[in-house]
Design a protein around this ligand. Structure first.
Ligand SMILES: [Zn+2]
Length: 432
């Protein structure tokens, strides 16, 4: 069994791993690294051909797989750092793309938007299991920060590969079920390829239920008089949006979702029945501005939910801060960030600008009303003791994050280069 560590082994972004069993290749995830686009001013991802994207390091360099027999592209969940490169690369492989309904829904919308290549791969939406040749692909329930995230087990005659994707161990998820510990205990994987993002953090990641309490503590506090409230979160964080909608109900305010990506992610979740909390959704700039005219007259009647939590320039929140919309905020109004700032210099700079502009308008800012979607060190330890893999390959992180996973492995009795392997992009691990 051979594992190709293609992308996500020296960064957060462009995740892609391939497993070779008997000359058959199974690809896990195919993501993009957006900050490589963001560092260039005036660059739009859709305007750059795939070849150039690969050169810029926006999409994984998959040249290690040329002339190989690719059997399937398996997607663990719908975040762009896991599926964003599908419309740019998948057409090069004559194989199906497999994921849950929600993930496949998001992928097919990306494929429709792709101007350069026509991806005609078969899309297979799977809830539990699918057979590809001699192998079986099993989706096991997991928890993260986007619906229908799965642990993926690839069962082959050479043993089971467990690809964890991004995960946390949430015992109180607000959408979907808890992780399937019962199944995980029985897997006995030969190798586990696993999320490292929060491996350096010596704690346990709180449940999404904690985020509900944090949000409602502030929003439902009757001693605290509020006028306009603008909230923002990650567009794909459907559980958080659901909480905001439910809280708006309790506040007797009208919730309203503004911005293209929010409407897209939430719209697909609604269509698939993942959520049933309806809300007014406004996508286009002109319609949003028209709506803001109404909201500006009676701010206390609405709970605004917008895009732009990272200070993205074109997002609705940045336009509000720039006074480019009819919604004018002042010291009686609040902007609440139900996210963390993704710790990249570009995001940090964008967020700084956004907050400074809001502060100049004397707007009250509430930050970090958020819990992470990634397992911290003590969750990973718990997970390791449950799964007991024979070998470990940490992925999804910068070198220090992968190394933290390796240290944890050592604490639990594994040995670097014997049964826990750190690799860079474009390298291999051979499992005997
Ligand atoms: Zn993710």
């Amino acid at each position: 069994m051979k594992i190709y560590t293609i992308g996500g082994y020296e960064e957060i972004g462009k995740n892609m791993t391939a497993v070779e069993i008997d000359n058959d290749i199974f690809i896990f995830d195919m993501g993009i690294k957006l900050d490589r686009v963001m560092i260039h001013e005036d660059t739009n991802l859709q305007d750059i051909p795939p070849k150039k994207l690969r050169k810029l390091g926006v999409i994984p360099d998959d040249s290690i797989l040329s002339n190989k027999n690719i059997r399937a592209i398996i997607l663990s969940h719908g975040h762009l750092d896991h599926i964003g490169a599908v419309p740019k690369m998948a057409h090069n492989y004559k194989c199906p793309i497999i994921g849950t309904k929600y993930t496949i829904g998001l992928v097919s919308s990306l494929i429709k938007e792709e101007p350069f290549s026509k991806c005609s791969n078969q899309l297979i939406a799977v809830n539990k299991k699918v057979e590809i040749g001699d192998c079986e692909i099993e989706f096991i329930n997991s928890t993260h920060s986007i619906p229908e995230t799965k642990f993926v087990a690839l069962h082959s005659k050479e043993g089971t590969v467990l690809y964890t994707g991004d995960f946390k161990l949430d015992m109180h998820p607000t959408i979907g079920e808890k992780p399937d510990f019962k199944r995980l205990r029985k897997l006995n994987p030969k190798v586990m390829i696993t999320d490292s993002t929060k491996a350096p953090e010596e704690t346990k990641t709180p449940s999404e239920k904690v985020a509900v309490t944090m949000l409602q503590d502030f929003l439902l506090d009757e001693n605290d008089e509020k006028k306009g409230i603008v909230t923002t979160t990650f567009a794909s964080h459907i559980a958080r949006i659901k909480t905001l909608l439910e809280t708006a109900d309790k506040m007797e305010r009208i919730p309203i979702l503004l911005g293209r990506s929010l409407c897209k992610y939430y719209g697909i979740a609604l269509k698939l029945g993942i959520v049933n909390n309806g809300a007014k959704m406004v996508k286009r700039r002109n319609s949003i501005d028209k709506k803001f005219k109404d909201i500006n007259k009676e701010k206390e009647k609405y709970l605004v939910i917008t895009t732009g939590s990272q200070g993205e320039k074109e997002a609705v929140l940045s336009r509000i801060a720039n006074k480019e919309t009819p919604l004018l905020l002042n010291k009686k109004d609040t902007v609440l960030f139900s996210t963390s700032t993704i710790p990249h210099p570009i995001n940090i700079a964008n967020r700084y600008k956004l907050e400074a502009k809001l502060k100049m308008q004397k707007v009250r800012i509430i930050k970090d009303v958020h819990v992470s979607g990634h397992a911290s060190k003590e969750d990973l330890r718990e997970f390791l003791r449950i799964v007991k893999p024979e070998n470990i390959v940490p992925t999804h992180g910068e070198y220090t994050m992968l190394a933290s996973w390796a240290e944890l492995g050592e604490e639990e009795g594994y040995t670097i280069e014997k049964d826990i392997f750190i690799r860079r992009n474009g390298q291999e691990v051979v499992i005997e």
